[in-house]
Design a protein around this ligand. Structure first.
Ligand code: CTP
Length: 227
């Protein structure tokens, strides 16, 4: 193993992955498109870099990675609770979860029937922005976010990095073939606080995960050098 691959030894990496599901009734939910593959790849890469890994995951079809502390959640509010619980231990947080920004205002106790209804209106309320909350108390932890965009990718991602007080943001244009949901590859740009943009070609999610962690390691080393 290359020495660089153990550069997160002694560090704890917290990863969020997969979608959240927001229930409408006992059998229906609203959710986001996400297979969880990018987040799971980050968790495995962090393990390979020698870190202790906590993976907080929404419902996915992926098998639990060996050696990772896997915490399963369903809703955005459960994700928030789990993240806040584990955040104090983390040195690096990679938020790859596709969090539903809204949830149905209430969950019906029984299945919503169509009998006698020509239309159905669902009222949605805002879910907490978990990463933004972390950004407010991050201290010297490294925060990495994702921005899945459908246009103006760099501008939108930069804005999110600032708004959420992140160290890095990984932006992808999900309209591009080989980028985004369900596939095993991704085409991303990694943007840092100082404005640097690393635009990567189409790579496997494993390689993308390694590149993200390498950038996080660089920031840790710089911080350790100057303190
Ligand atoms: N995120 C989060 N909590 C939310 C929504 C998103 O922690 N309620 C995290 C995601 O895990 C991701 C990043 O924030 O790392 C970007 O999420 P995104 O939904 O693209 O950003 P928003 O600020 O919600 O902007 P918009 O939905 O308007 O594009």
């Amino acid at each position: 193993m290359r020495k660089s691959q153990l550069e997160l030894k002694g560090k704890t990496v917290l990863v969020t992955a997969g979608p959240t599901q927001e229930p409408l009734d006992p059998i229906r939910f609203i959710s986001n498109r996400s297979s969880g593959k990018m987040g799971y790849a980050v968790a495995l890469a962090a393990l390979k870099f020698g870190a202790k890994v906590i993976l907080i995951s929404g419902p996915t079809h992926l098998s639990s990675p060996q050696g990772v502390n896997l915490v399963r959640i369903v809703t955005a509010r459960e994700l928030r609770e789990a993240v806040l619980k584990h955040f104090p231990k983390a040195d690096v947080v990679v938020a790859a979860a596709a969090v539903a920004d809204y949830r149905p205002e209430s969950k019906a106790a029984r299945k919503i029937r169509k009998e006698g209804r020509r239309e159905l209106t669902i009222r949605l309320v805002r879910n907490p922005d978990i990463l933004r909350e972390l950004g407010k108390t991050k201290g010297d932890k490294i925060l990495v976010g994702f921005a899945a965009e459908t246009g103006q990718m760099i501008t939108n991602a930069r804005e999110k990095l600032k708004k959420k007080n992140l160290d890095l943001i990984v932006a992808n244009d999900v309209t591009k073939k080989g980028s985004g949901f369900e596939v095993d590859t991704n085409i991303v740009s990694i943007i840092s606080r100082d404005g640097k943009i690393i635009s990567l070609p189409k790579l496997s999610k494993t390689r993308v995960a390694e590149r993200i962690l390498r950038e996080a390691v660089k920031i840790i080393k710089n911080t350790e050098r100057t303190t």
